[in-house]
Design a protein around this ligand. Structure first.
Ligand code: MF3
Ligand code: CO
Ligand code: CO
Length: 256
């Protein structure tokens, strides 16, 4: 088991890739409106990454995935496939997850969008899931345990009567898209690996309104809640610093 420690030169490149990934989400935000299809959003992100950023959309060709973004609506937990026939409607909640490769290094991030006016129960799910991510990021520094991260997320989710998806997790990231370690979004304090300066990983909690169980649809990708209730996810790529953490995929709307 080998966890790579990034040099400051490596992290400089991760910072650039992370910023580009964040900028894709910033670019697409005003277009996420009732009436647009997830296929159209995907094409806009593809063009922006390849033509403006001169970067590579990491999801294309990843284990046979064919698109730039994952677009996961309502009860879809993650890995939703963009589709020109899938039109966003008022009240939908949508996750867009994008990964950019620049100069060989990856930036991976996702955010939730509330399409038009959403029901309070969906707004609350989206907000609490983002709080789960922020509470986890807040505690990251050298010496903490990966179990502390999972516990911070699980505690906040369960205090709000939600469940944590266990079958998908965060991951180390660098010149490889998904590398060790796995970052579980549940766990016990002071268990698992200890975090070290120079580690880069994602935290990307998937939080369900109902039970934690999921099913993968026959397209081989789309992961949906088993009970059909809604799910939310937010993701950032992080670099562990000497005394804390740097959020490499921070958007300008965020105070973190
Ligand atoms: N970006 C996802 C993650 O957070 C992985 C998507 S893989 C894909 O790790 F093939 F579905 F795009
Ligand atoms: Co992602
Ligand atoms: Co990820």
């Amino acid at each position: 088991m080998k966890i790579s420690i990034k040099s400051s030169d490596n992290i400089k490149k991760m910072r650039i890739a992370g910023r580009l990934a964040a900028e894709v989400l910033e670019m697409i935000t005003p277009f996420v409106q009732p009436g647009i299809s997830t296929g159209e959003l995907d094409l806009m992100c593809f063009k922006y990454i390849t033509e403006e950023q001169k970067a590579i959309p990491a999801n294309i060709g990843y284990n046979g995935f064919e698109n730039t973004i994952c677009s996961s609506i309502n009860s879809v937990i993650c890995h939703g496939i963009p589709d020109n026939n899938k039109i966003l409607k008022n009240g939908d909640i949508l996750n867009i997850d994008v990964t950019v490769i620049k100069d060989g290094w990856h930036g991976d991030t996702s955010k939730m969008f509330m399409v038009g006016k959403c029901q309070p129960h969906n707004e609350r799910l989206v907000r609490v899931t983002q709080e789960c991510l922020y509470k986890a990021i807040e505690i990251v520094k050298p010496g903490i345990y990966l179990g502390d991260i999972g516990n911070a997320i699980q505690k906040h989710a369960e205090q709000n009567y939600y469940s944590v998806v266990e079958d998908y997790c965060g991951h180390g990231i660098g010149d490889v898209y998904h590398e060790e370690p796995q970052i579980l979004h549940y766990g016990q304090p002071k268990t698992g690996l200890q975090v070290q300066e120079g580690m880069c990983f994602t935290i990307e909690p998937m939080i369900n309104q109902g039970s934690k169980f999921n099913k993968v649809l026959s397209d081989g990708w789309t992961v949906e809640t088993k009970d059909g209730r809604n799910s939310a996810q937010w993701e950032h790529t992080l670099a562990v610093t000497a005394n804390g953490v740097e959020v490499l995929t921070r958007r300008s709307e965020e105070n973190i």
